[in-house]
Design a protein around this ligand. Structure first.
Ligand code: DC
Length: 665
């Protein structure tokens, strides 16, 4: 996951390949709570690992449920409906799917078994309403105190052992603000339905019905079969109690799928669709119906059990006019698809957007306008007319994962896009951007490159890696390619003067970078690559022009969205001469000798600084004067004397230069 202040996307133009969805947030948090409350042990497979599920897991652990990660699943030994911990403070971040049902469950359990619990979250959580749920629970006999603004978290729920709840009367709850209030009651009340039927009546038009279907479906898996009378009356039969079903498999997240369905509709060509694994046409999640809306706009979609495949159908897309009350989250993706439509789209029935992670109607309108769209916003609708002139834009994300994920799809308009605070996707999809860049392609010429060259022991590798990390860019350590070629040649017993065979080895390098590790022909060669002997061999191999030629295409292939940091000899001069920023390090020989000395000492190798310095100066001379790929600063390179700079200071210098070259104010 990227933990960087902003992520710059070059103009994107195509997409294809496979993506595995993370688990559904709605299913994950419901299953976790049910497993935590049920009797028996539940093995949860495919659980979403994200901010929202982490706060739920922390809460369950605090409440005394036993959690045991195994290789394939998370094992949860539930409380069996009996409180184990009677006082606790629970911090629930910005997870509505944790706050609402936990508040309800703890309120009824405290009222009957005794207990005292405080539930709080991040500041935005304290602006998200919960009053309708509190209003439904208080008449039952639950004690709920507002610890902040009435009607909003934080809350304290408490009660004495042996308390009785007034469940003889139907329990009334509003259904038109958030369906999570009804879900919370449906999950909580089976805990107190041993002796009599418990009836819930919904007042007002129930929104987001598909989420209630998920709730009912999961309650049934845990042994509670709610009787539904239309969408206004729900009866929990007397004697209901949660029992673990054993294994539960969490579907991929259908709301997360919407970004990739849209991606396919916008950018996947005929022969190379976007293939989405983890959710299919038979999903229990309401947002799967987003697929129908995407089809209506022109997406060509196929689906089967647990998969969806999408490519461009009609293009430009058709505008859509839709009442999206049944797919409120995924409807945000439609608003961004509307940028690519032939006319104005209208999405209505989205009043709930105003009380989500942020006021999503206002946020969406503001950000879509930045790229050039004309937007009209109403209380419960939004109208989007596509841009006539696309503009580069720095997109605010409002600490709202869906804003970040949706708006990244605005990068197909031919302009670069900046996503501010991209790490907010951690709420439901920590690796969203990695997944996006695994599928989306850009014109290589539009992918920005920073080259970092410099003499031996100047710290260019360390600097390049740090800069790449800070920007979320790919890293090309070109020296590693020469070193790997040298290793492969040695394994094949190829003499260093056999240019033809050396070039053949270089052009067929089976090299794979996996995080910090490097694999050659399947073997981990990370350490071998760094040996002095390998370096010496690489130096010889790298002076063979045919080898340089053979590695050229491989090096170019690293130029992928969102950007590349390339270090090594000729990155700025030969391989990426069009790089918008070229850095050349000029640390003095004395400093470099000291650095190398410290490195060697760290590895337990003793050496004299004077000797090291002499070696470095001789090497500099060889590198400067060699006929093939001599070491010299590229034209227009920024010289950076990093002799007296820490790595962080050097990184900041480079990033400072980089900012000046970006098209964002
Ligand atoms: O940077 P390094 O020590 O890992 O590089 C290994 C050898 O390859 C070194 O002799 C320089 C050479 N090299 C090159 O000729 N061109 C590059 N782009 C990178 C490295």
């Amino acid at each position: 996951m990227y933990s960087i202040p902003h992520l710059d996307l070059p103009p994107l133009r195509g997409a294809s390949g496979r993506v595995q969805l993370p688990g559904s947030k709605s299913i994950s948090n419901r299953v976790l709570l049910l497993a935590g409350l049920a009797s028996g042990t539940t093995r949860v497979h495919g659980l979403l690992a994200s901010d929202d599920t982490r706060v739920m897991l922390d809460a369950l652990r605090t409440l005394g449920a036993r959690l045991q990660p195994t290789e394939r699943a998370l094992e949860i030994s539930g409380l069996g409906g009996t409180l184990a911990v009677h006082e606790a403070r629970l911090f629930l971040g910005n997870a509505g799917t944790a706050m609402r049902p936990l508040a309800a469950a703890l309120a009824v359990l405290a009222a009957t078994q005794g207990g005292r619990y405080e539930l709080s979250g991040v500041p935005r959580m304290h602006e998200r309403p919960i009053g309708d749920l509190v209003d439904a629970l208080r008449p039952l006999g639950c004690t709920i105190e507002d610890l902040g603004v009435p009607g909003y978290p934080p809350l304290r729920v408490s009660g004495q052992p042996g308390g009785q709840l007034a469940t003889a009367q139907p329990i009334r709850v509003r259904g038109d603000v958030s369906s999570q209030f009804l879900t919370a009651l449906l999950m909580a009340l089976p805990l107190v339905s041993a002796d009599r039927d418990v009836v819930i009546e919904v007042q007002g038009e129930l929104i987001s019905k598909p989420y209630i279907e998920i709730t009912l479906n999961l309650l049934a898996r845990f042994g509670v079969h709610v009787v539904r009378d239309g969408w206004s009356r729900f009866t929990i039969p007397r004697g209901s109690a949660y029992a673990s079903p054993g294994d539960v498999h969490v579907e991929g997240d259908a709301s997360s799928a919407s970004y990739f369905v849209a991606l396919g509709a916008i950018a996947a060509g005929a022969g190379a669709p976007v293939h989405i694994d983890g959710v299919g046409g038979d999903s229990i999640q309401g947002d799967i119906r987003f697929v129908d809306a995407a089809r209506q706009m022109g997406a060509a979609v196929k689906s089967g059990p647990n998969w969806i495949e999408v490519r461009r159908g009609r293009w430009p897309l058709d505008p859509i006019s839709i009442d999206a009350v049944h797919i409120p989250d995924a409807a945000m993706t439609l608003a961004v698809m509307a940028l690519y439509a032939r006319g104005t789209s209208r999405i209505s029935g989205i009043a709930s957007w105003r009380v989500k992670e942020t006021d999503r109607i206002a946020a969406m309108a503001a950000e879509l306008r930045k790229v050039g769209a004309s937007v009209v916003e109403g209380d419960d609708y939004i109208e989007v007319a596509p841009p006539t002139h696309w503009q580069p834009a720095a997109i605010e994300t409002y600490d709202d994962h869906r804003m970040a994920m949706c708006l990244s799809l605005a990068a197909f308009g031919g302009q670069p896009l900046r996503i501010l605070d991209p790490q907010c996707v951690g709420k439901t999809f920590p690796d969203y951007f990695e997944a996006l860049f695994g599928l989306a392609t850009a014109d290589p010429a539009a992918v920005p490159v920073i080259t970092i060259d410099g003499p031996t022991a100047s710290g260019k590798g360390t600097l390049a890696a740090a800069v790449a990390k800070r920007l979320g860019y790919t890293l090309l350590d070109s020296g590693a390619l020469y070193r790997a070629t040298a290793l492969a040649a040695r394994r094949d017993d190829i003499p260093t003067d056999d240019a033809v065979r050396l070039a053949a080895v270089a052009s067929m390098l089976e090299l794979r970078f996996d995080g910090e590790r490097v694999f050659l022909r399947g073997d981990d060669v990370t350490d071998e690559l760094r040996l002095e002997t390998t370096g010496a061999l690489a130096s010889q191999v790298s002076s063979v022009p045919a080898v340089r030629e053979a590695l050229h295409a491989l090096q170019l292939s690293f130029r992928r969205a969102p950007g590349l940091v390339a270090d090594g000899r000729d990155m700025g001069t030969v391989v990426f001469p069009d790089a918008p920023l070229k850095v050349f390090l000029t640390a003095g020989a004395a400093e470099r000798a000291e650095r190398r000395h410290r490195q060697l000492l760290d590895r337990g190798i003793d050496a004299r600084i004077v000797d090291l310095r002499a070696e470095i100066e001789a090497r500099d001379e060889r590198d400067r004067t060699r006929p093939v790929a001599p070491l010299r600063p590229a034209e227009g390179a920024q010289l950076l004397d990093n002799s007296l700079l820490s790595i962080d200071e050097s990184v900041d210098r480079v990033l400072g230069w980089w900012e000046q070259r970006r098209p964002f104010p």
